[in-house]
Write a protein that binds this ligand. Structure first.
Ligand code: SF4
Length: 149
């Protein structure tokens, strides 16, 4: 439990995170702009990354470099995460939710006015934090289908 808490703790400024990942700071910023990552922001609005953020970014880098998936492709994959099954939103929430209709962007890149997600901190949400890590989308779908792994 302590180990998980530590992995979530934002500790790396953007320059160190970029160095650890072997990428440039503009690339890291671009991933954020595209909605692939939501870094923690300090009170002075500095981006700070956790160990879990670095794991997520390594997964994204592997998808791009080894599996040859484009950034738009990754966004489309994220858009397929069935957030409504995780959050258990209502039918009326889904009717007004742009994220529910999208096939192109992950739900955490949308505003969700008048839904259960309206004031949700996406960085803290299971949809972002737990189910968009490497390998976990398929596990979620298996769980929903009642298939034990
Ligand atoms: S993003 Fe929309 S569809 Fe997804 S859980 Fe929230 S309200 Fe429901």
């Amino acid at each position: 439990m302590e180990a998980i808490k530590n992995k979530r703790m934002p500790v790396y400024p953007i320059s160190i995170a970029a160095k650890l990942l072997g990428i440039s700071i503009p690339t890291l910023r671009m991933y954020e702009k595209e909605g692939l990552i939501i870094p923690h922001k300090s009170s002075g609005n500095q981006r700070i990354y956790s160990e879990m953020d670095l794991e997520r970014l390594r997964c994204i880098r592997r998808a791009i470099n080894e599996s040859k998936i484009s950034i738009n492709g990754i966004k489309s994959i994220y858009s397929l995460i069935p957030c409504w099954e995780v959050v258990k939103c209502s039918e009326s929430d889904r009717k007004t939710c742009n994220a529910f209709q999208s096939h192109e962007q992950p739900c955490w890149t949308f505003n969700h006015p008048n839904t259960i997600c309206e004031n949700r901190d996406c960085r803290e949400c299971d949809v972002y934090e737990k189910y968009s890590q490497c390998g976990s989308i398929k596990d979620l779908i298996k769980n929903i289908s009642g298939i034990s792994t």
